[in-house]
Each structure stands twice: as C-alpha cells, then as structure tokens.
Design a binder for this molecule. Structure first.
Ligand code: PGA
Length: 253
C-alpha cells in the first residue's frame, strides 16, 4: 500500500505574518493525519517563518514552489537546491503549469531542475498536464507521455522514491472545473506508462501520482477512490484551513 500524499500549493499568497496565522489555524485542524503525508508549499520568503511555525509538529512537512538547476551563480532572482536544503525544506514543486505558462518553463528546464533537486536530496513534486486546447485536439496522451519522459530523462531509478508526480490538467487549475475521476485515472495511467517504459513495471507502479486542479472537500473522495491516484495537489482550497484539513481526512467525509 502506497502512502497517500496531500500537498498544498499556496502559490503567491500570504505575507510572513499571514503564513504563521494560517499554519496556527491549520495544525489543530489537521491534528493527526494518520498515514497521510501532508505538505505545504509556501513562497520562498515565508519558508523560514513556516518552518518555525511547524517546529515540533511532524504532521505537516514543508515545501517550496520552484528551484533553480545551478548550484549557485549569476542567476538573478533564483533560488538553489542547497539554499532550500539549508532552510530544512523537504519538498519542492517543479514544472507547475503556471511556471510553464507564464515563466517560460520548458520540458528541458523542468528536467534540469529535477536533476538538481534530486541530487541535493530534496523530494520533488513534478507537475505534468495538458491544456484545454491540447485536450480538445485529442493530444492529452501525447502531451503526458512527452512531459513525463522529458522530466525523467537522466534520472536514475534509485531517485524515484524521492519523486511524486502531479497530474494537473491546466484547464482544471483555479477554474472550478475538475477532471472526472475517470479522466484523472486515465491520465495517471498514461503517466505510469511513460515511467514503465523507462524504469520497468514495478518501479513505475510504486510511484505516487497526485491529481491537482480544483480539488476540494466535495470531490476529493471520488478522486482518491481511483486506483491510479495516490494523492492531491491543492491550490485554492489549501488556503482555507478547515477545507484543507477535510481533504487530508477525506476518508472520514
Ligand atoms: P487549484 O490549483 O486547486 O486552485 O486548482 C491546483 C494547483 O495549481 O496546484
């Protein structure tokens, strides 16, 4: 049985003070998450405050939302894997569709970031997903296979346990539209197919695939019931403590 994982992607939200406030509300609501792995990915500037607010609580792990591929150097505005490690960050999101869409992220840069993060010992949530245009053109499968293979190029089998994949259909992110459980399941199956080709059946099957895109307390149960789905990457709903806690404890809903 794989350990399920619910991760909150706070995106560009909350000041330092608001971060502490939100975490203080969240901790008692999440309580003991049981076997569920819970992560919150906060903006870089709030990592240190979040770490302090989470201190002594094993229930929620800390993540960042991006990482640069170089160890250091002339890359204005960027943050290295070592810098994140030094802040005791455990997870990092890579290749989120908003980065692909607005900040020129490519399959190649996603792969470069993956390599750096994995080498530094960070855990990675790597995002893949098709746009509405691609889905309507019948290209979903092709896009998922391409993005997954590219992201994992040159990544050793031994690093797979550090990596979680998030299937995030771009048309479902922040739109209130959710992929049907069946659509999400099919997409996760296609992602595993790409992994199977590269690493073989057993390692591909052992990897965790999350669904992301307007996941909330009302739809989490049916999405998590899908055999190919092992977790969720939550945007909007992760900023609402009670809602996020419900998602974490979805089996009790
Ligand atoms: P959403 O975002 O839950 O607000 O749709 C998900 C994500 O972008 O990770």
């Amino acid at each position: 049985m794989k350990r399920e994982i619910i991760a909150g992607n706070w995106k560009m939200n909350c000041t330092k003070a608001e971060t502490v406030e939100l975490i203080e509300k969240l901790l008692p609501l999440v309580g003991d998450p049981g076997k569920m792995e819970v992560v919150i990915c906060v903006p870089f500037t709030n990592i240190d405050a979040a770490r302090k607010a989470l201190r002594g609580h094993k229930s929620i792990a800390l993540g960042a939302q991006n990482v640069h591929w170089a160890p250091k150097g002339a890359f204005t505005g960027e943050i290295s894997a070592e810098m994140l490690k030094a802040l005791k960050v455990k997870y990092v999101i890579i290749g989120h569709s908003e980065r692909r869409q607005y900040f020129g992220e490519t399959d190649q840069s996603v792969n470069a970031r993956m390599k750096a993060a994995v080498a530094a010992g960070l855990k990675v949530i790597v995002c893949v997903g098709e746009t509405l245009e691609e889905r309507e053109a019948g290209k979903t499968r092709e896009v998922l296979l391409r993005q997954t293979s590219a992201a994992f190029e040159g990544i050793d089998k031994s690093a797979l346990k550090q990596i979680v994949i998030a299937y995030e259909p771009v048309w479902a992110i922040g739109t209130g539209k959710t992929a049907t459980p069946k659509e999400a399941n099919t997409a996760a199956f296609v992602i595993r197919k790409a992994l199977r080709k590269q690493y073989g059946r057993t390692p591909a099957h052992a990897m965790r695939v999350q669904y992301g895109g307007s996941m909330n307390a009302s739809n989490v149960k049916e999405l998590m019931a899908m055999p190919q789905i092992d977790g969720g990457l939550i945007g909007g709903a992760s900023l609402k403590p009670a809602e996020f806690a419900k998602i974490v404890h979805y089996t009790e809903l």
